[in-house]
Ligand binder design. Structure first.
Ligand code: PRP
Ligand code: URA
Length: 212
């Protein structure tokens, strides 16, 4: 695991890089893409969860007392629709007690700005909750910032972003507005192209996951 600054965590584990490479390949069919995406999500969420708080506790084994630790955060998983749904499946498996709040955003293909079409967030959330915003692609950062803004408005202090691939432009936009957001990704790619796609990236994540 490589940390770029202390707010960008690059998961360089061989298994994660293998899966990312399979996801990048244009020959990977949607059914394979979904399988690799689920597996990569497991690794990324697992690494992102290193930031979580635990409470020390005692436990009795069949042989005697032991020291232990249990997760102590109130966790929210926030998948950005559509592509983030596959990551939520993995995150829910790892963090079964988490609440899931879906955030519906669609990037306007012309302006590249994210437009909201669905959010069903509550009026308030516990101050000490930890939100994992899940979006496979951090391109211009417009979608990520819009999703993060929703939780900041609810006074959430601890927000993490998990993405398969991040563009430097997207990381900068997120950290310019929300410097405390911790980003976990399998790769920081080179740049965006003129259409706002990450280069080399993996193409349109939503289309590849859902075969559209
Ligand atoms: C894609 C992707 C991200 C967003 C990233 O979603 O899944 O959510 O674009 O781009 P940005 O960083 O420039 O905002 P899209 O809006 O195409 O929706 P989809 O997941 O439904 O395909
Ligand atoms: N959305 C995607 O799905 N891929 C990109 O490269 C950029 C935005």
């Amino acid at each position: 695991m490589i940390a770029q600054g202390n707010k960008v965590q690059i998961v360089d584990h061989p298994l994660a890089q293998h899966l990312l490479t399979r996801l990048r390949a244009y020959q990977t069919a949607p059914h394979q893409f979904r399988r690799y995406a689920l597996e990569l999500s497991d690794f990324l969420v697992y690494e992102a969860a290193r930031q979580m708080n635990v409470r020390e506790t005692g436990v009795e084994t069949p042989v005697g007392p032991a020291k232990g630790a249990v997760l102590s955060d109130y966790v929210i998983i926030a998948p950005v629709l559509r592509a983030g749904l596959i990551m939520a499946e993995a995150a829910q498996k790892l963090l079964p007690a988490a609440r899931i709040y879906h955030v519906g955003l669609k990037r306007d293909e012309e302006t590249l700005e994210a437009k909201s079409y669905y959010d069903k967030l509550p009026d308030s959330l516990p101050n000490d909750c930890r939100v994992f915003v899940l979006d496979p692609m951090l391109a211009t950062g417009g979608s990520a910032v819009s999703a993060i803004d929703l939780f900041v408005k609810l006074n959430v202090k601890t927000i993490q972003l998990v993405s398969f691939v991040a563009a430097p432009e997207g990381i900068k936009r997120v950290h310019d507005k929300h410097p405390n957001v911790h980003i976990t990704t399998a790769s920081v790619d080179t740049q965006l192209n003129e259409l706002g796609y990450i280069v080399p990236g993996l193409g349109d994540a939503g289309d590849r996951i859902f075969g559209t």
